[in-house]
Design a protein around this ligand. Structure first.
Ligand code: URA
Length: 277
């Protein structure tokens, strides 16, 4: 079992108890002091469906998987009791990631590794490129400006909660200067990505940007060619869209990204906004 700091443990317990409460479990006391070199398998295209820097870094615990939230909370608790404890499994992988020293340049520049965050029982995983400056400081993926946009895409666009999905990156250490991860770095980190996906077993994956898409799917295509298609990886349906950082630089592409999200929502059986009450 991975070692957890007291702060992290308090955080997990606090979140977990809150989930139980939301799921209707009575008499839950939360206390006062709780705060919170393998080539990738070739992807198969299914059918074509459609058209920081913070000043002084706060000492934040490295983010690791949180227990399930909202409607899946009690479900998660039941699954954990039945031996499907994805929180513990992901914590074990996160502990391996934290010890990893395979990429010397990344290791010497990182504040900490950035494993992933979200609901390990989610049907949906978002995969980005690699942590930026803010993520490196806080230990959580997509918490900077791109992260804010991603959260809006998930919450305002798709009508989900950020904590309902799982979010991770191709590489778990910040590439200095926010450069793209080198091929060798993505390859070195690949077992962690695959292990994460093996635990979460998502039905749907959304690749954010060409780095995520080309690495996951083992293809060499531009985003404009990748988007609009549905691919398959490890049993999940995969859609690709522009990286939020690209959308911040090119707001005109947001309408394409919105089409991509709608494709994803259709696959997931989610109601499109016009039909929402
Ligand atoms: N960009 C990414 O690809 N991942 C992050 O976590 C943050 C920014």
């Amino acid at each position: 079992m991975a070692q957890l700091s007291k702060t992290s443990l308090s955080y997990y317990l606090s979140e977990y108890l809150a989930d139980l409460q939301r799921a209707g479990v009575q008499d839950v006391w939360r206390g006062d002091d709780v705060k919170s070199e393998e080539p990738p398998p070739t992807a198969r295209r299914q059918s074509v469906q459609t058209s920081p820097s913070a000043t002084e870094p706060a000492p934040t615990p490295a983010t690791a998987p949180q227990p399930p939230r909202s409607s899946s909370a009690s479900d998660g608790a039941v699954r954990a009791s039945q031996g499907d404890d994805r929180v513990a499994q992901l914590q074990t992988i996160a502990a391996e990631v934290a010890k990893c020293e395979l990429c010397p340049e990344l290791v010497s520049n990182r504040t900490q590794t950035v494993f992933g965050v979200g609901n390990p029982y989610s049907e949906l995983v978002f995969i980005g490129e690699g942590p930026g400056a803010e993520e490196d400081l806080r230990g959580e993926p997509f918490v900077g400006r791109s992260g804010k946009l991603l959260t809006d895409m998930i919450e305002k666009g798709m009508g989900l909660s950020r904590s309902d999905v799982f979010i991770c990156n191709v590489v778990r250490c910040r590439p200095p200067g926010n450069r793209n991860p080198a091929e060798s770095e993505a390859r070195a980190c690949r077992p962690f990505l695959d292990a994460t996906l093996d635990v979460v077993r998502p039905k749907f994956v959304c690749c954010l940007g060409a780095v995520a898409a080309t690495n996951l799917l083992g293809v060499n295509e531009s985003m404009s060619r990748l988007r609009g298609n549905v691919y398959e990886y490890k049993g999940a349906q995969v859609v690709c869209t522009y990286h939020p950082a690209y959308l911040l630089r090119n707001p005109a592409a947001k309408k394409d990204a919105w089409q991509d999200l709608q494709l994803l929502m259709k696959l997931m059986g989610l109601e499109l906004p016009s039909r929402r009450r």
